[in-house]
Design a binder for this molecule. Structure first.
Ligand code: HEC
Ligand code: HEC
Length: 309
């Protein structure tokens, strides 16, 4: 017999093997699974980016309104051109990301130049902050830009004329948020990055901690993904900056997904709490249940076929 004939016989023999059906099904599933995992995050991220760009469309910003805000609430401490005064530092090289972070977390405008400002509700809407950033970038200085592809704070009802517009904006926000957080490649890597770079100040559970001189590292519960990103690239107060070379954008995404996992847990249980059901676990359970169903179908079909043979 020829070599070819033998090969065919070898394959035929194995194709008849009772397990052959399962092997084919499992190989196919693995193939689709890997293919999906490879394609999905990229697509999600692209979508999040488009949503963010639409939401902020450059032509919607009003530089004049940004100037008004700066003159009224910032210039007294930071100087008319941001060069700094005895009451506030030079902000000409901190970038739009620092403006967005400080004002959206309610730290600025400060009420006491000698004390660390706690996080509180912002005095300005996100639109007003974009105007301020636009003015800053045109007239005051430059530095790290607002990471527009990272979802910021959820829309607030009071900023919308009617319920319908608000619901639409909320749905859009939630989609972008989900896409960003679940688009992270590997939340385990995020956990390691968090424990190495952040936990000694913010604590391993993200609940914050005291520093020297009456300063403190705040709890991370309320920070939006964008605020976490901006804190890293601008290094507010005592916090060091982690620019995109030190922790790369996709690693930041993994780290943020991990912090968000911590936040979604009622008792930030961490590594030793086996009840932890985060996003990763949910995805995994969904995948396992789906897989089991398909395998069960495959078994049922091959069993029927065998009964016929
Ligand atoms: C009462 C004085 C005061 C006012 C008003 C004020 N700031 Fe500040 N600002 C400060 C002080 C003091 C700091 C330093 C805080 C720290 O490092 O803990 C600061 C820090 C900042 C930083 C961070 C700088 C850095 O190095 O990262 C930014 C950005 C900023 N302010 C923007 C603004 C903007 C925008 C406004 C107006 C909406 C404003 N500030 C209003 C006093 C003020
Ligand atoms: C040396 C201590 C220190 C380290 C390390 C540190 N932070 Fe911070 N972080 C601070 C301090 C202090 C503040 C508050 C600054 C202020 O209010 O001026 C802060 C603020 C923040 C905020 C703002 C929270 C809010 O609700 O407004 C976030 C988010 C944050 N840090 C994330 C991180 C992440 C992520 C890391 C690790 C990559 C990290 N920090 C590492 C000290 C630290």
């Amino acid at each position: 017999m020829t070599r070819n004939g033998e090969t065919v016989k070898w394959i035929t023999a194995r194709r008849r093997h009772p397990l052959a059906g399962y092997v084919v099904v499992i190989l196919a599933l693995a193939f689709f699974g890997v293919g999906y995992a490879y394609v999905a995050p990229g697509a999600d991220r692209a979508e999040a980016q488009t949503l963010a760009t639409e939401a902020t469309g450059d032509d919607q910003t009003d530089v004049a309104r940004g100037r008004e805000i700066f003159v009224r609430s910032c210039a007294s401490c930071h100087g008319p051109s941001g060069e700094g005064t005895g009451n506030g530092p030079d902000i000409t090289d901190v970038g739009g990301a620092a403006i967005d972070f400080q004002v959206s977390t309610g730290r600025m405008p400060s009420t006491n130049p000698d004390a660390q400002m706690p996080r509180k509700a912002s005095m300005y809407t996100q639109e007003e902050i974009y105007d301020l950033v636009a003015y800053y970038e045109e007239e005051i200085g430059e530095g790290p830009e607002v990471p527009l592809d990272v979802p910021g704070s959820a829309p607030e009802r009071s900023n919308f004329a009617d319920e319908e517009a608000y619901e639409a904006a909320k749905a859009e926000y939630e989609e972008a948020y989900e896409a960003y957080v679940s688009g992270a490649d590997d939340v385990e890597v995020g956990m390691e990055l968090y424990l190495t770079n952040c936990a000694h100040c913010h604590s391993w559970s993200g609940s914050g901690g005291a520093l020297t001189d009456g300063k403190w590292a705040p709890e991370l519960d309320d920070a939006s993904p964008r605020q976490i990103y901006e804190a890293m690239i601008t290094g507010p107060g005592q916090m060091p900056a982690f620019n995109d070379m030190i922790i790369q954008p996709d690693e930041k995404q993994e780290l943020i997904a991990y912090v968000k996992d911590l936040q979604n847990e009622p008792d930030a249980g961490g590594i030793f709490n086996l009840n932890r059901i985060g996003q990763v676990a949910e995805g995994f359970i969904g995948w396992t249940v789906g897989l089991s169903l398909i395998v069960a179908c495959a078994i049922w079909i091959t069993a029927k076929q065998r009964a016929h043979d």
